[in-house]
Design a protein around this ligand. Structure first.
Ligand SMILES: C[S@@+](CC[C@H](N)C(=O)[O-])C[C@H]1O[C@@H](n2cnc3c(N)ncnc32)[C@H](O)[C@@H]1O
Length: 241
């Protein structure tokens, strides 16, 4: 039987960067650990408050840029609260979530079960940095709040993998905080970047220009750039035609 209720465990991950308020050092540390607290709860569902805040805004963008139907592969699905909302809001698409973290996959699958979504597949284990992904095709790829909390090679793998899977003209949607022209666009982003780098020197808010150069070197066109709340950007790349 499906369990309905509010999960009690909060997924403290960097998708929680809002830029709206400063976080305490302790809170930032929890966020940067990006892993899943072990407090007791009745099922595997994790709660990422930021995902609840931004998912409808992201959905609006997806509706504008996704092809009218097809398989949408999400890389780094985290708690799974995005993919179930996207499944509900994009009834003509099939959503394929993924995450390399086992506990995240359990959460994603638990949210799918709870939502009853018929068009959201069980989560795959995909590490974007790996050369081979357990999925050979997709009509679109989404990646929300991942490339700043993973080594740069994950961003490289994301675009290399996307170039292999996506057909000509298909979109790759990227969301997160970025520097522009080498500068942070808000003090909160700068503080967030420092906390990420403190947590792991290989992490950090990426330069928009470096990400665009990486994407174009992998065969993507220059992105459509959309400013989002909390000093985040949506970048919509398309596979070269
Ligand atoms: C900050 S959370 C974002 C989760 C979700 N997209 C969201 O916005 O709520 C970052 C996620 O990236 C995943 N991740 C980290 N390194 C990755 C990699 N190399 N490939 C794919 N996912 C990765 C983590 O397991 C985690 O679930």
């Amino acid at each position: 039987m499906l369990r309905i209720g509010t999960p009690r465990r909060t997924h403290h991950c960097t998708c929680g960067k809002t830029g709206v308020q400063k976080r305490s050092a302790d809170e930032s540390k929890q966020l940067n650990q990006a892993e899943l607290s072990k407090t007791a709860m009745a099922d595997a569902r994790l709660n990422a408050p930021a995902a609840l805040r931004n998912r409808d805004l992201i959905l609006e963008i997806l509706r504008a840029y996704l092809p009218p139907q097809g398989l949408v592969l999400e890389i780094a699905s985290g708690s799974g609260q995005h993919c179930i909302r996207f499944g509900e809001g994009l009834p003509h698409h099939v959503i394929q979530p993924s995450d390399p973290n086992r506990e995240a996959r359990a959460s994603i699958n638990a949210w799918i079960a709870e939502s009853g979504a018929a068009n959201v597949h069980q989560a795959l284990a995909i590490d974007a940095a790996e050369d081979v992904w357990p999925r050979k095709t997709a009509d679109a790829i989404l990646c929300i709040n991942m490339i700043h909390i993973a080594p740069w090679r994950a961003a490289c793998g994301l675009f290399a993998g996307g170039a292999k899977l996506l057909p000509s003209g298909a979109p790759l949607y990227l969301y997160g905080p970025f520097k522009r022209d080498g500068r942070h666009i808000a003090p909160s982003n700068e503080a967030f970047d420092a906390s990420l780098r403190h947590e792991n020197p290989e992490w950090g808010v990426r330069d928009l220009e470096a990400v665009v150069a990486l994407a174009t070197s992998c065969g993507f066109e220059a992105p459509k750039i959309i400013e989002m709340p909390a000093n985040n950007l949506s970048l919509v790349f398309h596979r070269e035609k």
